[in-house]
Design a protein around this ligand. Structure first.
Ligand SMILES: Cc1ncc(COP(=O)(O)O)c(C=O)c1O
Ligand SMILES: [Zn+2]
Length: 402
């Protein structure tokens, strides 16, 4: 495989892959690994492969260190019978990313990020996160023996803080604008030899490509009509689009599904830009949504997501908190407990159906990005019930009550 470079997503200027130029040195937009035009899936026993081994020809690594893997990816694609029926659709599928080692899709990109960091000789890695990415980088950093720096928001709840702290990173709560922290960390990383695996850096995007690859394989290359992705920084959706694109170039699929970028109404900078037909996003001043996982007020890949949606005829939609909570219950009726951010695609389907963009006969894949157990505060927003009785009364209670 030829050596691939990092290319600016906007102006196309080339940067060395041996660098950590994650933003273009000329225009400031995100860089990405050059697109791979030809490749093949390594069709060995998938039970004995990790994602880097199976999709190596689509990834920028000649050599891979499988000892870094925690068994990420190869997550289930489950048909949502109840959701399909409730929303009057034939075929709704859930790509259940809560089945990853740290219970979210982030593990795919973390693995590829640390593979790159190791290749460049780094001993320190870091990230800026509100939760899922922090947990993921802390876990993989610990396993691989990196000195790991995690910057989180000052007001992060203990239920989110301790699952990061358990892996023993340098965990630092930072008071200040979360949007600025992303850029600040890249600066700190350059000065202190810390490889920051932030939300949309090129190797995180490479990791998300494998979600698209797996969907293709799981549907036997019979492509869905829509793939709906809850979006914040924009790294995941970029990777998914790139993955489908590369499989199409390789001749493995003949169409790319229509991609829907789904956001929460309380923080929807990309949807706002999309609706106004703008080329760049504007910062949201007071973001507020139950879907905390997708609450980035100034997504670093927002402009690139707008470019991709325009080029690929994608869609962008935002949904309110009430519909997100309703969707979380609907998802649970199909046996999957996703966090509010992960229920956003289901709420998006309902809205697209009301708007008559969806007719009912489409095949739709929702990316369920992370586990519901990550955000137990959402329980308070549901009217969850249980009963009490004694062991002596239990038999009668069950007979009388149900
Ligand atoms: C659960 C969940 N869903 C979706 C996203 C959005 O991914 P991205 O920031 O790559 O757009 C995140 C990111 O933090 C997340 O934690
Ligand atoms: Zn550029």
């Amino acid at each position: 495989m030829k050596e691939l470079n990092l290319v600016c997503t906007k102006c196309g200027i080339v940067h060395s892959i041996k660098s950590t130029y994650f933003r273009c040195q000329s225009c400031g937009e995100p860089t990405e690994v050059e697109k791979i035009e030809h490749g093949k899936i390594k069709t060995k026993n998938p039970l004995r492969q990790n994602i880097m081994e199976r999709y190596q020809e689509f990834l920028p690594f000649k050599e891979i260190d499988s000892a870094l893997s925690l068994g990420e990816g190869f997550t289930p694609l489950v048909k949502g019978y109840k959701t399909s029926k409730a929303l009057e659709l034939n075929d709704v599928y859930f790509k259940n990313e809560s089945q990853n080692p740290t219970w979210s899709f982030k593990d795919r990109g973390t693995l590829l990020g640390i593979q790159h960091a190791l290749k460049l000789g780094y001993k320190r890695i870091g990230t800026v996160s509100t939760g899922n990415m922090a947990v993921s980088v802390a876990a993989y950093g610990s396993k691989a023996g990196f000195e790991t720096f995690i910057f989180v928001k000052n007001d992060l709840a203990p239920e989110k803080l301790n699952p990061i702290a358990i892996y023993n990173p340098h965990l630092i709560k930072v008071d200040g604008d979360y949007g600025k922290l992303y850029f600040k960390s890249l600066e700190i990383g350059n000065k202190n030899d810390i490889y920051f695996i932030n939300s949309d850096v090129p190797f995180r995007v490479e990791g998300s490509k494998t979600i698209a690859y797996e969907i293709c394989e799981q549907l036997n290359f019979d492509m869905p009509d829509y793939v709906i992705v809850p979006t914040s920084a924009g790294g995941n959706i970029r990777g998914i689009i790139k993955g489908f694109d590369e499989f199409k170039s390789a001749g493995l699929i003949n169409k790319i599904p229509r991609i829907v970028c789904a956001q929460a109404s309380g923080c929807s900078p990309i949807t706002n830009g999309f609706i106004k037909n703008h080329k760049s996003i504007e910062r949201i001043e007071n973001p507020q949504t139950i879907a905390h996982g997708i609450e980035n007020p100034f997504p670093p890949s927002g402009n690139e997501v707008l470019r991709q949606l325009e080029e690929k005829n994608g869609l962008c939609i935002s949904v309110d908190d009430e519909s997100i909570l309703k969707a979380q219950k609907l998802l649970a009726s199909d046996g999957i407990f996703g966090q509010p951010a992960s229920a956003v695609p289901v709420a998006a389907i309902e809205k697209l159906k009301k708007q008559k963009i969806l007719k009912g006969d489409e095949k739709i894949v929702c990316i369920v990005t992370g586990s519901g157990l990550k955000y137990t505060a959402a329980f308070e927003r549901h009217n969850l019930r249980h009963y009490n009785t004694t062991i002596d009364d239990l038999e009668k209670f069950v007979a009388d009550k149900f």
